[in-house]
Design a protein around this ligand. Structure first.
Ligand code: UDP
Length: 325
């Protein structure tokens, strides 16, 4: 049986990856320090023989006994609200954590795929963003801890590939949404849906004309799966190119939830990218991948998930308060 280590296993993407690789017949080792992850996301897997969970912080030496065929490094805070609360851990998991996992991959002769991000493009001056764009990142801004950790992560991953011959893959993930997103992580999808369900007004930051392109989680997981088993070592964008302004998105959520709340405007967080849209030419060509689930369907599934949460959980909202200096 093939063995795979998935870091960030209790998180949004990590937990979906655990499900996918269990379903594909792998032995899955999930690893998480549970700072931002939640065991609820994987508790259904604990009864399975081919699932193990290690409560471990990957910025410390990582030991896995026996053979290991694949590693997926998905441990990281992934929300701007988290970067501000735990900036050092955010930097460490992308840098030291990645170093440890690359070392493990080298030792075990395992193939490793690391989760990079559209944030390597920063506030992009090229639109849509293709993989050749070098990005526009403020190293010392509030997002810098995440962006630069991920940029370093890509560099060290390529270095382990070229210098040590480790089999590496790099996915650049664009905004992804779906069940198991943390309701209080401050990101726009859970923020708007949570507000609508609690009967609060929807908080649009800035003038709402900034754009994002939202990919449903199942599409993303499929892209990652294909990338892992491809032969391509350079970064590949995985995301849904369908772009929307945040103000229009708020209207969509109002319609979807049937709430009679309205939109209120709050200051734009520092360095909030103005536009973001993946160019997925490479993913189409190399992986024969493109998203299949449109936003209307994906949002319905996501809403169903958030509606299934308990009232207490729904109340645990959190708002970002790092607007303008
Ligand atoms: N946003 C918003 N209201 C919220 C949360 C987020 O208008 O309550 C905006 C945010 O300023 C950004 C976009 O929605 O322009 C996406 O934010 P998110 O934190 O989801 O991810 P980002 O793409 O910025 O990393």
């Amino acid at each position: 049986m093939q063995k795979i280590l998935i870091t960030g296993a209790a998180g949004f993407l990590g937990s979906h990856l655990c499900d996918r690789f269990i379903n594909e017949g792998f032995h899955v080792i999930g690893m998480d320090n549970l700072i931002t992850g939640d065991l609820k996301n994987i508790e259904h897997l604990f009864k399975l023989k081919n699932f193990e969970f290690y409560h471990h912080d990957v910025t410390k030496f990582v030991h896995v006994p026996g053979k290991l065929d694949y590693i997926l490094h998905f441990a990281s805070p992934a929300s701007p609200i988290d970067y501000l609360k735990i900036p050092i851990q955010t930097l460490k998991v992308g840098s030291l954590g990645t170093h440890n996992l690359l070392g493990l991959a080298k030792e075990k002769n395992a193939r490793i795929l690391i989760a990079s991000t559209s944030e390597v493009y920063g506030d992009p001056l090229v639109h849509p963003q293709n993989e050749d764009y070098f990005g526009n990142v403020n190293t010392i801004g509030p997002r810098g801890v995440y962006d630069e950790a991920k940029r370093f992560q890509e560099s060290i991953t390529m270095a382990y590939h070229t210098f040590h011959g480790v089999e590496t893959r790099i996915v650049r993930i664009f905004n992804t949404y779906g069940p198991r997103m943390r309701l209080n992580d401050g990101r726009v999808v859970p923020a708007f849906i949570g507000q609508a369900l609690r009967g609060e007004d929807l908080t649009v930051f800035g003038d709402g004309l900034q754009t994002r392109s939202f990919c449903y989680v199942d599409d993303l997981i499929e892209g990652i799966y294909r990338l892992l088993f491809s032969n391509y070592v350079y970064p590949v964008n995985i995301g849904n190119p369908k772009e929307i302004t945040i103000a229009d998105f708020a209207e969509e959520i109002i319609k979807l939830t049937g709430t009679d709340q309205k939109v209120i405007y709050k200051p734009l967080p520092v360095n909030d990218p103005l536009q973001r849209q993946p160019d997925i030419t490479k993913a189409k060509e190399i992986l024969n991948w493109q998203p299949k689930i449109d936003r209307a369907d994906g949002m319905k599934k996501t809403l169903k998930y958030f509606k299934s949460l308990s009232v207490e959980e729904l109340q645990k909202s959190e708002h970002r308060n790092f607007s303008k200096k």
